[in-house]
Design a protein around this ligand. Sequence first.
Ligand code: ADE
Ligand code: ZN
Length: 318
Amino acid sequence: MEDFIRRMPKSELHLHIEGTLEPGLRDRLAARNGVTLPSRPAYDFHDLTSFLVGYYEGMSVLVHEPDFYELAYAYFEKAAAQGVVYAEIFFDPQGHTSRGIPFGTVIRGLRRAQLDARRVLGLHSQLIMCFLRDFQAEYAMATLLESLPYKDWIVGVGLDSDERGNPPSKFAAVFARARQEGYLLTMHCDVDQQDAVQHIRQAVMDIGVDRVDHGVNILEDSELVAEVKRRGIGLTLCPVSNRFVTDGTKSAELRRLLDEGVRVTVNSDDPAYFTAYVLENLVTVQQELDLTRDELVTLQRNAIEASWAPPAVRQEVL
Ligand code: ADE
Ligand code: ZN
């Protein structure tokens, strides 16, 4: 089965590029840029909040445009070797602009890596810009405006970071403006967060997102399940990530969503931290749920259907 999963052309829709920073590259960039990291282990955590501390510390080694290029290109190489043919990658501009790194430095490095990955590895990708929900909505709005000169390089916007006390509704105006600007919309509704179902309801019903990142708690509300099915909204699940930040992979929930016909997909989230890229995530759920080949193909079809790939790319990777 692992061989079948490896050979299956795969799409990844939930991947934080800063979460692909492996310890080796992090330490090389730290030395190159004269950045001193805390001696505490960054890759040791037990929940979302403690994970995010190491995640933001880790990204402080990214300073110059080539650093962002190297980060992204290393991910693309890894993904291509696992059979990923299409990837939508999140980036967190505020994780960098808040440290004085210009927006243009970040996106130009990522963009150059995308073009090289397309040319050299045959891997298609698109960028999704995430706002950090633990910052003020005004800063998200300023970031949205800052992105507009690069609009052609960004397919949509998302919302990530610490969800506690930071509901989707806090960013309603930002997402309304993003929609007006032509961006597609997604948001993290992390697993087992406080008010998880209300957050999913706000994202789907009030903000009108096109996709939900995680969102497994939707199973607690059958009306919402029916609504996402009706609209064909995809849920980007991240099984191994769940094991680190909650109490397990939530594969039983994946099975229920799959059986209900919800457009669920399997993704890696922050693979350098959770030590599992998309292949390992798929192998994990296949083993836990004894998924058939047909079910694995359904997951991949869901990913393409829930993706924001342009028609030509869709056809090529289907
Ligand atoms: N930022 C990076 N990874 C994240 C995650 N798993 N949840 C919320 N914000 C994140
Ligand atoms: Zn995520």
